[in-house]
Design a protein around this ligand. Structure first.
Ligand code: MTE
Length: 326
């Protein structure tokens, strides 16, 4: 399925993207063409100024997360350099993502919970404690930025859902609407991504204080390109875990298979955590490129959050070995 004539570390980082997992070169070019949307638009995509939650931002800064030890990445970079495959495989999808309709936005809570229910996003946000946190954000593609998020802990979401004792995992899913998001249309060449985008975590990961549902950034509701109106952010994991524009949350007893795991189980595993010592099969993870300065900086295990999360994996190390960090 893969045609790899050169190693990824021999190609520019801009081409070392996830889509190479399953698109051969021809399909890749075709996909880039059909998704050729919004290349270098230069237009700052935003949030709707009439967003009904706008007055909630900025939220109160949580002093424990006021400083991520790195300079905050300018908003204009964060809103225009994105991975959001629903709108195309290029990083420049911000204009295309303006097609995302974020109201009404209903979220379904399903699976191993007391009673399945649906909640409008605007009602959900009234039931939780919003706060501001600055987190480091490290993509598996070896770039990184530092983001001032607003949102609430995944732990609060779990409490709201009332999982039963069978619940072992939480699955987060994005919308599936090819009319709105052209990247979800089946490819002309018959290949297709396993939409909707989904990622899952263990209950222990979900209940870790770092696990965050982001609803805003830079003191306002989330920009569409960043995954409005609600996305996950797990700062100790590679960015692919942080599903955007979530509209279904399912508690399961079995471990679900996620989007990238289906496409490339050896490259984007369920257990993946940021680790400079375990190379991606096609490139090193020892350093990362800061998106603002372009400088390479050393990558730190668990993206520097080991004190809070390393114990989550203690009992699993022997069983899973490197799979924990692929
Ligand atoms: N969520 C959805 N629905 N679709 C995506 O393509 N890409 C993931 C993650 N969440 C993705 C997604 C990847 S690979 C990364 S690195 C981050 O979103 C990028 O988030 P950012 O664009 O806000 O930096």
């Amino acid at each position: 399925m893969l045609i790899k004539t050169i190693h990824s570390w021999e190609i520019p980082e801009s081409r070392a993207t996830c889509e190479q997992v399953f698109l051969n070169r021809r399909r890749f070019l075709a996909a880039a063409g059909f998704a050729g949307i919004g290349i270098a638009s230069g237009v700052r995509p935003g949030f709707a100024s009439d967003d009904p939650t706008a007055a909630l931002y900025p939220a109160k800064v949580n002093p424990a997360y006021a400083d991520a030890g790195r300079k905050i990445t300018p908003e204009a970079i964060n809103t225009t350099y994105n991975n959001f495959y629903e709108f195309g495989t290029s990083k420049r999808i911000s204009k295309a993502a303006e097609a995302l309709v974020i109201r009404p936005w209903e979220i379904a809570f399903e699976g191993e919970i007391e009673t399945p229910f649906k909640l409008q996003f605007d009602d959900l946000i009234k039931k939780v404690q919003l706060e501001d946190r600055v987190y480091r954000h490290r993509c598996v593609e070896a770039w990184s930025m530092t983001v001032p998020w607003s949102g609430f802990t995944v732990k609060q979401l779990v409490q709201l859902a009332k999982p039963n004792s069978n619940a072992k995992f939480v699955k987060f899913e994005t919308f599936n609407n090819p009319e709105m998001a052209p990247g979800q249309k089946p490819s002309l060449f018959g290949s297709s991504y396993p939409w909707p985008y989904s990622e899952s975590v263990t209950m222990a990961e979900a209940n870790n204080d770092l696990a965050f549902m982001a609803t805003g950034a830079y003191g306002k509701p989330l920009a569409k390109s960043m995954g409005a109106p609600i996305r996950l952010h797990l700062p100790w994991k590679y960015g692919f875990k942080s599903a955007k524009s979530i509209n279904r949350i399912t508690f399961t007893s079995e471990r679900p298979k996620s989007f990238w795991e289906v496409l490339g189980p050896n490259e984007y595993g369920f257990w993946a955590n940021v680790n400079p010592e375990i190379s991606h099969p096609r490139w090193s993870q020892a350093t990362e490129r800061d998106l603002e300065t372009g400088k390479k900086i050393p990558t730190v295990i668990y993206n520097g959050y080991g004190e809070q999360v390393a114990s989550l994996y203690d009992g699993l190390k022997d069983e899973l070995g490197a799979a924990l960090f692929k």
